[in-house]
Design a protein around this ligand. Structure first.
Ligand code: ZN
Length: 293
């Protein structure tokens, strides 16, 4: 049996990792440079960050492939090596996850352009791009696929169908409600839950977003729509404000704040909790302490 499904079935609450982008910037990644470049240029930095999460107690390490679809890789100098980049990222994450006998989630984020009828992209080409990415991540040895920070049904469904056409791995669908409890396209949690639980997602969830309170409202809406359906909840450490000197986002939620809310999310049905932007290994360690028996 798949290791992720086995651990869920065992009743375990799993803790995912913290932020990739905001932590890599602290480690010297220049704003505007795609993190995916590091997979080839500087795998040691990625491994170091991933290891720090595993050491903090993360059970699930995400691959650094949020922008790893071929179209989004146009920002990277390695676009022509898209499958290799995804495969290598999975290998790096597996090395780190092994420290805690953990799992690897293959991260797949939005392609960065809008689908028809609102934009130029054909659903079939988007499906093919996600299929290519999912296949490479699966070959790299991930335990599950995570379609994350999504905001529209059109793209998420293309991602889901594309990935499903190449692998039987468990899939998590996670939306970002960055208008509070709606996505920027006006999508509502109850409709996301209905759609993707029926489509065969193993977990439905939310990541990034705005405040921890808004995330709680989203989680409540999911739980009210499908009681007992397992949830994935990975919020930002609050809404960032800009530090003028360092030109980096500052996130105000403390490790204790994240831990308090993580416990609430688990009470409401979250089976995986973690942290998106602004979450450091200290935040993850506090979450682990709060939700693990
Ligand atoms: Zn985020």
């Amino acid at each position: 049996m798949n290791k992720f499904l086995e651990r869920l079935k065992g009743g375990e609450i799993l803790v995912a990792d913290g932020a990739t982008g905001s932590n890599l910037q602290k480690m010297g990644l220049k704003p505007g440079k795609p993190p995916e470049d590091l997979i080839i240029d500087d795998p040691d930095t990625l491994l170091k960050l991933a290891r720090s999460f595993a050491e903090a107690g993360s059970d699930i390490i995400l691959t650094c492939t949020f922008g790893g679809t071929r179209i989004r890789m146009k920002d990277s100098k390695y676009q022509d090596r898209t499958p290799e980049v995804n495969m290598r990222a999975a290998e790096i994450a597996r090395k780190a996850a092994a420290l805690n006998n953990g799992l690897v989630a293959g991260s797949m984020g939005p392609v960065g352009a809008i689908l028809k009828p609102y934009g130029p992209l054909e659903p079939e080409e988007v499906k093919a791009m996600f299929a290519e990415q999912a296949k490479a991540l699966a070959e790299g040895g991930v335990d599950l696929l995570l379609i994350e920070t999504m905001f529209s049904f059109e793209e998420t469904t293309a991602a889901f169908e594309g990935a499903r056409s190449v692998t039987e791995l468990p899939m998590v669908v996670s939306f970002s409600y960055d208008r509070g409890t709606r996505t920027m396209m006006g999508v509502k949690p109850k409709d996301v839950m209905k759609h993707y639980s029926e489509m065969g997602a193993t977990l439905v969830g939310a990541n990034c977003g705005t405040t921890l309170e808004n995330m709680e409202a989203v989680v409540r809406e999911y739980a009210a729509t499908a009681p007992n359906f397992p949830l994935w909840v990975k919020p930002n450490a609050g809404v960032p404000h800009m530090d003028i000197e360092t030109e980096q986002g500052v996130y105000d939620m403390s490790p204790e704040d994240m831990a308090t809310y993580a416990r609430k999310y688990v009470e409401l049905g979250a089976k995986v909790v973690g942290g998106c932007c602004g979450n450091t290994p200290e935040h993850i360690a506090a979450i682990v302490k709060a939700v693990k028996i």
